[in-house]
Design a protein around this ligand. Sequence first.
Ligand code: FAD
Ligand code: SF4
Length: 326
Amino acid sequence: MRPFEYTRADGLDRAAQLCGGGARPIAGGTNLLDLMKLEVETPEELVDINRLPLGGIEERAGGLRIGALVSNSACAADPRVRRDYPLLARAILAGATFQLRNKATTGGNLCQRTRCYYFYNIDQPCNKREPGSGCSAIGGFNRIHAVLGASDQCIATYPGDMAVALYALDATVEIADASGGTRSLPVRQFHRLPGDEPQRDNVLEPGEIITAVQLPAPTGGMQIYRKVRERASYAFALVSIGAVVRMDAGRIASAALAFGALAHKPWHDPRIDELLTGEVPSDALFDRAADLLLEEARGQGENDFKIPMARRTLKAVLREATGDAA
Ligand SMILES: Cc1cc2nc3c(=O)[nH]c(=O)nc-3n(C[C@H](O)[C@H](O)[C@H](O)COP(=O)(O)OP(=O)(O)OC[C@H]3O[C@@H](n4cnc5c(N)ncnc54)[C@H](O)[C@@H]3O)c2cc1C
Ligand code: SF4
């Protein structure tokens, strides 16, 4: 690990100013410190944001506002989260381990970086780590890589679970900047596809710090998080789906679906939600939903299996969410 300056911020404005000047915020450190040990990331200064008043979960605007420093464990254990947003609790609990979830934070989890093997190996070319150096995963080992939204510069996936739930729940991210300003944006607009700038995972600008995530008022309905992975625990998803589905008189009254591990960002396709809404569940309908999801899916060789796996998982989730009516 390279030497770095360490500052413990005691005010949000100061933290944002330091980050605007090139420092990196550190929260739980469970991703950033690993990357620094491997010298994948080499920030010259870290700003510890753990003493900022960004903790706590409070009721706001009919929903819940979850502070950026709320640990994943605390979020998943909150009785209001468990009652009204069980999808979020389940997605968090499907990730990592007790120890990691105790340290990992809401803001840090959203910003966690890809698990592409080549990204973590500084001896290998990687456009995300070093723009212009090439992508070792294209034509290499790409079992965990993207089948949707990839570019010819990067085929990495976003690996997290919590964000998939936040996409299905249509949460909003609150962000503070170095000039003392704030902005909010739908979480569905927070992460980026790689395009020709794969080094950028999300839309945060230097100096911007996530302060909270706002959940909208609960909608009820069936909430499911299904994670397909190689082991029962302590493994990232190969395919995951977050679903919020409300039924009314045998029809799907509303549906919101998000998909993990298929693309550089959690994947939300509003056409799928629209297709399902108002319809009577059927196997044919679920196939059409899967057709929409996968119409532009392209495997890279070793990850071709993800395409039929995503179809099967989507159909299984929809059957369960609609009460096995199909
Ligand atoms: C062995 C292992 C297994 C794991 N398994 C899973 C899994 O199955 N599913 C899953 O989803 N995750 C998994 N994780 C990832 C884990 O969830 C993340 O490391 C964690 O959520 C990151 O949160 P943190 O607070 O520790 O972030 P940090 O490591 O502190 O920061 C991560 C990034 O976010 C930035 N950042 C932190 N806070 C803010 C903020 N408020 N505003 C702006 N930027 C910020 C940092 O600068 C850094 O770039 C695993 C991790 C490990 C080590
Ligand atoms: S897929 Fe992306 S992260 Fe992985 S080697 Fe290629 S450029 Fe790097």
